[in-house]
Design a protein around this ligand. Sequence first.
Ligand code: ATP
Length: 409
Amino acid sequence: MMEAATFQMPSALRRLFATILVFCEVTDIRQLWDKHLASMSEDYRRNQSNDAALEQMVLRDISDMLQSMGKDIAGYGLTELLDTDGCDDGEYKEVTEEREINVDKEHLDLFSSLNNEQLAGYNDIMDHVMKQTSQIFFVDGPGGTGKTYLYKALLAKVHSMGQIAIATATLGIAASIMPGGRTAHSRFKIPIKLTNNTMCSFTKQSGTSELLKQASLIIWDEVAMTKRQAVETLDRSLQDIMGCPLPFGGKVVVFGGDFRKVLPVVTRGTRAQITDATLLRSYLWEKIRKICLTRNMQAQADPWFSEYLLRIGNGTEETNGDDYVRLPNDIVIAYTEDETAMNKLIEDVFPSLHANAKSREYMSTRAILSTKNDHVDALNDKMISAKKSYTIVSTPSRMTCRIITRLIF
Ligand SMILES: Nc1ncnc2c1ncn2[C@@H]1O[C@H](COP(=O)(O)OP(=O)(O)OP(=O)(O)O)[C@@H](O)[C@H]1O
């Protein structure tokens, strides 16, 4: 934390703190908290001078992150997180925050560039928003087909009409790319332990309840990764606060995701148990209207690759007896004992690197992914030792899907 505090933003420090809580065995959490609270709250201090309120803001952010990792901040012996579901100046904080979300002109303009599939979905959803008629949607599309693009266009439209649109996602990273996005668990206060009867933990008089009542549109992305019980919990709670027996209390709800990707985590679960935990097995599934996006907007320049990915995701690509898919030779760099393969990988991903190393566009649109830090270090060392002033980043990036398959075998 001390090292990170010297060069990290406060939000990154808070994320690091939450990660340490979850994955490390800290002997004195309180001491770690006291030592780094000031650095973790630097950004909030600009608008908040009261120390107690400041501490609550940091606690709330860390609590949200812990919640997205399936943990409860109450179990770490930190200062108690007060329930802020209060009403100031006649309006709840949750509602004010949502109303204050700026409408991004760029996002409003996305409407004019939606492809046919996106546009059909957009019109259908907006039709229900305008008429306020109950409907659940599921935007089904493999990665790169423009689900987020569609959500951004929808959110901008609803916000521009002065109405409330709630953007959530199962994962924090997916939520963060939507305006006002929060993890679904923290936004809807979904309990960590789920049964077939659980309810969200907000009360009918709370700010969260008021926000949901006022919402014209609710978006929940990457829902394929969450357990169906979490979605069903929201369904029950919305019916309860709206006093309406229709799904989600009659709200317009848009789910999105891709069941070809990662499914919910079921500890030591069998394949059948994992499948049973998905939204596909929920009583809600048959009530959901599907919007299918099939055109890969990210890989437009490479239709073969986009179709290949689709075939793998759909399970239609030929496999051998053990369910393995053979990668075509032209996207594989064959492993060699010496450094030939590694050199080829670098040259393939970073062609004419020396000439382009100072180009932000060039460097930010390519990366080599590696499963191990040791390999990242080896690649970095190799490039740095060639007296070039750049590094390979090992973070997963949207631009790297082509590169993932170019690992050395
Ligand atoms: N209609 C469109 N016109 C131009 N670009 C588009 C369009 N739709 C999507 N894109 C671009 O395609 C890329 C992938 O889109 P997006 O991130 O929305 O896909 P996604 O389905 O959410 O992917 P993932 O599931 O991996 O998150 C982005 O760079 C986006 O800007």
